[in-house]
Design a protein around this ligand. Structure first.
Ligand code: ZN
Length: 420
């Protein structure tokens, strides 16, 4: 009897232990996860890629909950990882969330939101970072890829108005393209730039913006050996009825050149412009009306430069990165206005004076005498005499070991030799 009683007591004890264990276990299970808010993110505004997530506990004082998209485009995903990797290693809880946007015509915008909390969940630090990509290539876009004209004036105005920030060329910012606007993010502040009302400054082809422009395709590229001597032949004042014949000479000898064109002429030569771009010639700006801009005010300089840029862009989907002021007449303001808007003022270092002599032999002689590795030779594609000179000059210079390149490639490889 005694033994049986003991056995019942032991049985009750085991049951009690079991009940307690189950109770304790369910309490542990039911205890709320203190980091739940950092792990659960909404899928709203995440329109591209597979949602990706890293939960990484680094140490007892440092926890990371980083959410970012995986777009499935190698170049873009590498750029996103590079951003993730440069996030600060700081104490507390680091949390990253994002919004992403897919725009028609092949753009992706990603807006990251980074926050750092202490272990009591109080916000210590917060910043945004915008990134935008070309969908097909995954290329990380620069602001010049999406904005054009004197967009720096627009940004400076908006940075001042929205964030009381002085915008300069050195201001570093990221940007994310969204449906109706782009958001520009700096370390200190964000501003938005709506598409509506800023159409002249937009290069992106989205939501009806500039959608009627189909860029010409570049079909011919002249190979360059950076270690061999090179010369840029440059032609001002065209296009003219002779320009196609100039192009023909360069095409025949597998060479190229740069054409500084007048906006007021270009509209009359759409086929010549198309041939230039398709066949790998460099299109450049020579003002709208060929008047000196050296004494103009800012608005007049902007008009001379950008009326021509607009015309070329509208006709071809491409636009020059170089501008040669008529007569080479230029002052500090012209440099500020042009170079500040990614249109480089470009002069020359050899002048054939072909417009004055109108003599093929004299023009040819002056060009030959001026030839050196780094020469930028000035001609005008308006005169039959210049055409005759070029027909002889091109094979002659190639025979002397010179490559005939665009003026931009010359600056790229021989900039220090130009003396400009
Ligand atoms: Zn000129």
């Amino acid at each position: 009897m005694k033994r049986k009683h003991l056995r019942i007591n032991r049985f009750i004890f085991v049951i009690a232990c079991l009940i307690f264990a189950i109770f304790a276990f369910t309490r542990i299970l039911a205890r709320p996860d203190p980091y739940k808010q950092y792990k659960d993110i909404s899928t709203q505004l995440k329109t591209v890629g597979e949602q990706q997530r890293i939960d990484e506990e680094i140490s007892e004082t440092e926890l990371h909950f980083l959410h970012y998209p995986e777009l499935g485009i190698a170049t873009a995903d590498q750029a996103i990882l590079a951003y993730i990797e440069q996030l600060p290693d700081v104490e507390g809880i680091s949390f990253l969330d994002y919004e992403s946007y897919e725009l028609t015509d092949g753009f992706i915008g990603v807006l990251f939101h980074y926050q750092n909390f202490n272990l009591d969940h109080q916000l210590q630090n917060e910043s945004y970072h915008g990134m935008s990509f070309a969908k097909e290539s995954g290329e990380l876009l620069a602001i010049q890829d999406v904005l054009r004209r004197n967009y720096t004036d627009v940004l400076s105005k908006e940075f001042k108005k929205q964030a009381n920030l002085d915008y300069t060329d050195d201001t570093t910012f990221g940007f994310a393209l969204r449906e109706q606007d782009m958001i520009l993010t700096t370390a200190d502040a964000n501003i938005t730039l709506p598409y509506q009302g800023n159409e002249p400054y937009l290069r992106i082809h989205s939501k009806g913006i500039a959608k009627d422009i189909t860029p010409f395709t570049i079909k011919r590229q002249v190979p360059i050996d950076p270690n061999k001597p090179m010369i840029a032949l440059t032609f001002d004042d065209g296009p003219s009825p002779y320009t196609d014949q100039f192009l023909q000479v360069f095409e025949q000898y597998n060479a190229t050149a740069s054409f500084f064109m007048l906006g007021s002429n270009i509209e009359h030569y759409p086929d010549t412009l198309k041939r230039m771009i398709e066949n790998g010639f460099e299109i450049c700006n020579h003002s709208w009306s060929h008047k000196s801009i050296a004494t103009d005010d800012k608005d007049a300089i902007l008009a001379e430069i950008f009326d021509t840029q607009d015309t070329i862009y509208r006709m071809s989907g491409h636009e020059p990165t170089r501008m040669r002021p008529p007569y080479g007449a230029v002052n500090d303001l012209s440099y500020t206005v042009a170079n500040g808007n990614d249109v480089n003022i470009t002069l020359w270092n050899v002048d054939t004076e072909d417009w004055r002599n109108r003599d093929a032999a004299v023009t040819l002689e002056r060009a030959k005498a001026g030839a050196f590795d780094g020469a930028i030779i000035l001609f005008h594609d308006l005169y039959p005499s210049s055409l005759e000179a070029v027909k002889e000059l091109v094979p002659y210079l190639q025979g002397q070991g010179f490559q005939l390149v665009s003026v931009s490639d010359l600056f790229k490889y021989k900039g220090d030799k130009t003396g400009l």
